[in-house]
Design a protein around this ligand. Structure first.
Ligand code: TMP
Ligand code: ASP
Length: 241
């Protein structure tokens, strides 16, 4: 499949047309931003890691019955995906208090929730991706009640699959952000990426942050952390050997 015209350049990826109207190529960049683009930088090798990690996790999710946009990894940075209409919601699932949850609600980072929790933000850079509830999403016509139910159901199932995967590699899945899209037949599929840019991943033994918080918070060792989490992903567990 050949890259056609570039349709869109985002903060971390470019999107290209292909010969097929139903397929797109996403190309992962090393560019990193934080705080709605206010902080900019480069994380050498990030594009390759995010591409490969996201694809590996999407394949696992697909094998577990979660529909995704993933079709085929084309090379280190490029992946063929199904074209979807993105539902303009960021769906955040959390297992442990961190980031904006810890700040907004005055909870110490690291407090484990009695059960996973979910929140929605309106995917709108101009407004700074504000938090909203399901009734707001309905009022704004961002999704239907049925679509919201499907999205929540998938998000919690994805959390269980990914939590189990990471814990077998000594990593705690603290929280993550998902985006969903609609296929031409109206069905909902997981889209965008699942990577250290979009997840908080802490070493279960030491608590070391192995994700983009190292960049957001100027913790140093950013490239090393991305390499380390990719090594963990590839690590075979005893059950798999
Ligand atoms: P938060 O605690 O800053 O709201 O972030 C929650 C999760 O969502 C965290 O794993 C990082 C991810 N995230 C994104 O993928 N994109 C974003 O723009 C933001 C703010 C967070
Ligand atoms: N999406 C955020 C930004 O714009 C990045 C983040 O904090 O993950 O820059």
């Amino acid at each position: 499949m050949k890259k056609g015209n570039m349709l869109y350049e985002g903060k971390a990826k470019k999107v290209f047309e292909t010969d097929s109207p139903e397929l797109l190529i996403v190309s992962y960049k090393d560019d990193a931003t934080a705080f709605n683009g206010l902080k900019k930088g480069t994380i050498a090798g990030k594009g390759v890691i995010n591409n490969k990690m996201s694809n590996a996790l999407m394949r696992i999710l697909q094998n577990n019955g979660i529909p995704t946009h993933y079709v085929e990894e084309l090379n280190d940075r490029d992946t063929l995906v199904r074209k979807v209409r993105i539902v303009p919601l960021e769906v955040i699932v959390r297992n442990v208090a961190a980031g904006s949850f810890a700040k907004n609600y005055g909870v110490t980072e690291g407090v484990v929730f009695p059960e996973p929790t979910i929140e929605l933000t309106y995917k709108n850079d101009a407004l700074g991706d504000p938090l909203l509830n399901e009734y707001h999403a309905l009022a704004l016509n961002l999704a239907t009640r049925e679509e919201l139910d499907a999205i929540k159901n998938y998000a919690f199932r994805i959390n269980e699959i990914l939590k189990t995967f990471w814990i077998s590699r000594g990593v705690t899945l603290v929280d993550f952000k998902l985006e969903f899209g609609k296929l031409p037949d109206g069905s909902i599929v997981l889209a965008d990426e699942i990577s250290p840019d979009t997840c908080r991943l802490w070493d279960s033994a030491t608590g070391k942050k192995l994700d983009k918080d190292r960049f957001r918070r100027d913790l140093g060792g950013v490239e090393d952390a991305y390499r380390e989490i990719m090594d963990r992903l590839k690590q075979k567990t005893e059950a798999e050997e």
